[in-house]
Write a protein that binds this ligand. Sequence first.
Ligand code: DQA
Length: 143
Amino acid sequence: MTKKIAIIHGPNLNLLGTREPDHYGTETLAEIETHISALAAELACEVSFFQSNVEGEIVTAIQQAGGADGIVLNAGAYTHTSVAIRDAIAAIPAPVVEVHLSNVTARESFRHTSLIAPVCKGLIAGFGGGSYLLALRALVSAE
Ligand code: DQA
């Protein structure tokens, strides 16, 4: 059966392309999503996209994707602060892969803590937009 994977982006990721290019490169969110869609076609899976700067909207998107075959989540700065997003991940059956464009462990110490990592299936960071592609491959190939 065709796997359904939800791609959820958190705050400030709508600004990719111009936002801190030393950390995040110059690829826009639309370009990243185009690459994700191309890989999804290759892997014969379905992807949906959602971005919000609002914590509660991300919680709702996670709940709504709870029955999907997987979620690729870049929670942005909420990674380091949000108990609500962690609880939403823990509450749903879908496996969640935490992704980051930058290698958060090589940056400021406040980015070294992820409140969501303990309830995620795995974590991919440091490969720019490629982090999303690796996460999609991992979820689609998982049993
Ligand atoms: C980020 C890393 C976070 O620390 C930061 O707040 C972001 C982007 C990343 O993709 O590298 O907004 O999640």
